[in-house]
Design a protein around this ligand. Sequence first.
Ligand code: ADE
Ligand code: ZN
Length: 342
Amino acid sequence: MTPAAFIAGLPKAELHMHIEGSIEPPLFIELARRNGVKIAWATEAELREAYRFRNLQSFLDLYYDGCRVLLHPRDFYDVTRQYLARAHEDKVLHAELFLGPQGHTARGVPLAAMLEGVFSAMDDALGEDGITSGLILLAQRHRSQAEALDLLDSAMPWADRLLGFGLGGAEVGNPPSKFVEFFRRCRERGFKVVAHAGEEGPASYVREAVELLQVQRIDHGNASLDDPALMALLASEQIPLTVCPLSNLKLNIVSSLETHPLKRLMDAGLCVTVNSDDPSFFGGYINDNFAACQHALGLSRHEVVSLARNSVVASFMPPEASKTALAAIEAYDRNAEAWTTT
Ligand code: ADE
Ligand code: ZN
């Protein structure tokens, strides 16, 4: 079998995926029509043409503007359900999803409306496809820590259903150190904590996220390679990185997948995972990311299986579910045909 066919059937988890970044163009146009929201693009082709980005900020500008089409519980339901169905096709057994409520509440959408839609989509995906999922709320790092603390307080009625909190948005100039108190309170209340770091920002931001915020995972983390002592820390503590290769290519974090740091991070002994970030904007879901990296970096079957195993180990799944998922990966690898070279 080809490496791509092997990847297509390989059980895995996805740990870095923004719900707002998974609105496929046809659904985006449908939501705009349904909600009477004016958008600048009339067709799917025009929309896809607009998805050319210089850097993270040029993407975020379009992404936040596009969020205007999300207003009602049903909108959040449709986007989340569509992603989970697509992830299930990619043999994702478990997905940990990001949602950034602050942009939506600023437009007058109540948190209850967002969460009602997202949670019922997660319930239906579990019932219909057997895919498990969890939700992580992201604070936007260009906003203040006081606003992040408000987000935490406002989410308390749903504390039992939330996995945790994280940090996303415009990285440079907004270091993790700005959010020490927010993360301390999230941890104190028993939430898992993660942070985007080292995507456009420097290795020192990854170090701050680990040392000051005490995060359980780093989202992206590419810049870690610039600091050997940090690399040693990430390897010895096995703090996972949720790497997003096609996102990095589209946002010009890397100039080609052939030069992507994924393999160097793996070779240094880090717990690396592969994820899609904002799949509808960056031209690929999780299997597209796996297959493109396998091809560009010449990853071996053993390395591809390690990436799948890491996705389970790095997840916040309960131990029993994690054991079952790891066994499914091993069984798949044992029984799948040998790779043919393409
Ligand atoms: N929000 C959505 N995608 C993001 C990314 N790649 N970096 C930071 N914040 C984001
Ligand atoms: Zn992200």
